[in-house]
Design a protein around this ligand. Structure first.
Ligand SMILES: *[C@@H]1O[C@H](CO)[C@@H](O)[C@H](O)[C@H]1NC(C)=O
Ligand SMILES: *[C@@H]1O[C@H](CO)[C@@H](O)[C@H](O)[C@H]1NC(C)=O
Length: 323
């Protein structure tokens, strides 16, 4: 390799590092100027809601940038053997980072309101999914509600969601595989749910469970379809797992199986740390009293899509008859 080529490559990586460094500096600067804008004595009320959201978004972004820097550092070590194409790829990555910064500048949420979106998985596969970026606490009861529109063409719904924790891949799973009935798994124990969602239109479903006697109930479109007991009775749901929409985890955060994948749209996945009343469930399903989960609200910034799954603006209750 000639001396001039080496200089060229050095220049390429110099620009890359300069770009990253200046972005980090911009972020640092923003973070420092934020608290100054919040005059606590002028606003004793919880005014900093937006700055807090912005802060966490920036923390998150900075974390991502740092991870990228590390990755690029590794790549740079290999740069002496690299090609023009590889440098271009790194520059594309820089562009993507700049895109994230621009997103930050346009406010903390892309959708207005931040829950007005859906996740779409267009085809059956083992790599498209959405991951929820919020750690769950230990739970002694929960209600999970969501709107689903299956595109599976009459076969099973696959896995609308799965929650894995270290040592237990099936901590909570909602699954309808092939022509089997829909199942709720908790700590790998199974209850069969009398639900039918095979007509490819939007349905609202809620699953409620409590550790006390392992009581569960399942609602479809606001109506109780079934209930039972002894499903993982007295088992507390373990915290800090990985919650994934659209795929079944055979191991923590991975080993997806296309035959268990969800195909279609998911919206308003909300999670509460208690059992909702039938009237609350009905109010959500008939759009007269939508509720956001107290443990996990359906919120743009908490839901990240991977592998080609997409997010799009969507309000499930818009145009739905209110009563
Ligand atoms: C904060 O607000 C108080 C009351 O409105 C005002 O007296 C004070 O000058 C403000 N401080 C700053 C730094 O803006
Ligand atoms: C909608 O849900 C509420 C309960 O939250 C109920 O009072 C009302 O009758 C329901 N309307 C219809 C049309 O089902």
């Amino acid at each position: 390799m000639g001396w001039q080529v080496a200089v060229e490559e050095w220049k390429g990586s110099w620009w890359l590092w300069w770009g990253l460094l200046s972005m980090l500096l911009v972020l640092e600067g923003r973070q420092q100027e934020l608290p100054a804008r919040v005059n606590l004595s002028a606003a004793p009320a919880p005014a900093p809601a937006v700055p807090t959201a912005l802060h966490s978004k920036m923390d998150e972004l900075e974390g991502q940038l740092l991870a990228k820097v590390l990755a690029l550092e590794k790549e740079r070590a290999a740069l002496s053997h690299s090609s023009h194409q590889q440098r271009q790829e790194m520059e594309q990555e820089l562009d993507a980072l700049q895109g994230r910064v621009a997103e930050l500048e346009h406010g903390s949420s892309a959708y207005k309101p931040p829950d007005a979106f859906k996740v779409s998985i267009p085809i059956r596969n083992n790599y498209m999914y959405a991951r929820v970026r919020k750690a769950l606490p230990e739970l002694y009861a929960f209600t999970a509600c969501m709107w689903l529109r299956s595109r599976s063409g009459g076969t099973g719904q696959g896995t609308p969601f799965s929650y894995s924790v270290p040592g237990q891949a099936n901590e909570i799973v909602l699954l309808e595989a092939g022509h089997e009935p829909m199942e709720l798994l908790i700590n790998d124990k199974v209850a069969q749910l009398p639900m039918s969602l095979k007509d490819n239109s939007w349905h609202h479903i809620c699953i409620a469970w409590t550790t006390r006697d392992g009581l569960w109930s399942a609602y479809q479109d606001g109506e109780l379809q079934g209930s039972g007991e002894n499903l993982a009775a007295w088992h507390p749901i373990k915290p800090h797992g990985i919650l994934i929409l659209g795929q079944e985890q055979d191991t923590l955060g991975g080993r997806f199986d296309a035959t268990q994948a969800f195909v279609g749209d998911i919206a308003q996945f909300n999670l509460w740390d208690h059992v909702l009343t039938p009237a609350q469930v009905l109010g959500i399903a008939n759009c007269t009293a939508p509720l956001l989960g107290n443990v996990l609200p359906w919120e743009d910034k908490l839901v990240e899509t991977f592998g080609g799954a997409t997010k799009a603006a969507f309000d499930v209750c818009k145009g739905r008859a209110k009563a």
